[in-house]
Design a protein around this ligand. Structure first.
Ligand SMILES: NC(=O)c1ccc[n+]([C@@H]2O[C@H](COP(=O)([O-])OP(=O)(O)OC[C@H]3O[C@@H](n4cnc5c(N)ncnc54)[C@H](O)[C@@H]3O)[C@@H](O)[C@H]2O)c1
Length: 324
């Protein structure tokens, strides 16, 4: 495997939760990181402020094609993670969710083709597989997206593949399973359960808790995804990013209650959220073989670090208290 040291890389959506770990890993490995952050009126960085001196931050929207062509000149690797990452939001705003993924991704592919970028790694999702059997999902499982978000991910993933087939553009289609850790959006299940325990509220769970997910800690996800930029034998292919371990959501809630010593009940709603898949657990064989690597942070350790982060940073999320 080649080294990332000294390579000029572009990270889209860089101020997001997973992208912040990708930026940390790339900086640690000595890459020259251009961090593309969506324009906003305040210009405040949420998740990569601590890395500011090691990054070149550019404010841009991936839907702007001419800007993407300008920003990818001289770039060797693009880590493409920008998206509206919320399934529930995509059900409320399907056109916006889908358009960012489809238009943004084709803009990045065109820019990469024009500027001869060496590799593009797309951040796809396990949601692309949609409804699955209760078994580990390998990369060749059918894609049956169940939400506009997931359909947008499939569109982006297949656009990547089409550029590989049509122009030989060097792409990698990665698919993240559940990623968790400090800095995750407060309305996702793990932070939501932590806030409910902190506030002494009963945990509100969608479904009966038997739905299963695969959870990888943020630093491990950042490491795996960054390495796909230089790994051998992955160009033109799909790679799942997951641990292969299966966690029923009920166990996730019980572990949080136990670790926090909270005196709260777990209320089961019995209705899954619209668009939600029942089981999403990765077959991680290809990832582990490709990188010669396994995740290093255990579930208990990662969960404890996450609880610690949200406990210490409660004030930063105070305005979300009513929504979680
Ligand atoms: N968190 C997970 O478990 C998970 C699982 C599967 C896939 N993913 C994918 O990984 C990526 C990162 O996920 P995350 O959980 O860190 O999400 P996130 O929402 O924290 O990060 C995504 C970032 O993309 C930015 N963005 C959105 N639209 C943009 C645009 N038009 N131009 C530029 N930037 C834009 C957002 O501002 C945000 O900072 C996303 O593509 C997401 O769909 C995440």
């Amino acid at each position: 495997m080649e080294s990332l040291k000294g390579r000029k890389v572009l990270v889209t959506g860089a101020d997001g939760f997973i992208p912040s770990y990708v930026c940390e890993t790339l900086v640690q490995k000595g890459a020259r990181v251009v961090a593309l952050v969506r324009r906003n009126s305040s210009s405040v960085l949420k998740n990569i402020g601590h890395l500011k001196k090691d990054l070149e931050v550019v404010w841009a929207d991936i839907q702007d094609s001419s800007t993407m062509i300008r920003l990818t000149k001289g770039v060797e690797i693009i880590y493409h993670l920008a998206a509206n990452s919320h399934v529930a939001y995509s059900i409320l705003q399907p056109v916006e969710s889908f358009t960012i993924q489809a238009v943004g991704t084709i803009n990045i592919l065109e820019a990469a083709r024009i500027n001869d970028v060496g590799r593009i790694i797309h951040a796809g999702s396990a949601e692309e597989y949609g409804e699955t059997r209760d078994t580990q999902i390998a990369e060749d499982f059918p894609l049956l997206p169940r939400s506009p978000y997931a359909a947008g991910k499939v569109a982006a993933d297949r656009l990547m593949y089409s550029y590989w087939c049509s122009y030989g553009t060097p792409v990698v289609m990665s698919r993240f399973f559940g990623i968790y850790g400090p800095r995750q959006s407060a309305e996702k299940a793990i932070p939501k359960f932590i806030f409910q325990c902190m506030d002494g509220q009963d945990i509100s769970m969608y479904g009966d808790g038997s739905q299963t997910r695969d959870f990888m800690y943020g630093t491990d996800a950042g490491e795996a995804y960054a390495e796909l930029g230089v790994a051998n034998n992955v160009v033109g292919g799909v790679v799942n990013i997951g641990t292969g371990k299966k966690y029923p959501i009920l166990k996730v809630a019980e572990d949080i209650v136990r670790l926090m010593g909270a005196k709260v009940k777990i209320a089961k709603d019995m209705n899954l959220k619209p668009g939600e898949a029942s089981h999403l657990v990765a077959n991680p064989t290809l990832l582990q073989k490709t990188l010669g690597w396994k995740p290093v942070v255990s579930w208990e350790d990662g969960l404890s670090r996450t609880i610690d982060f949200f406990t210490k940073n409660r004030a930063r999320y105070a305005d979300l208290a009513g929504r979680v």
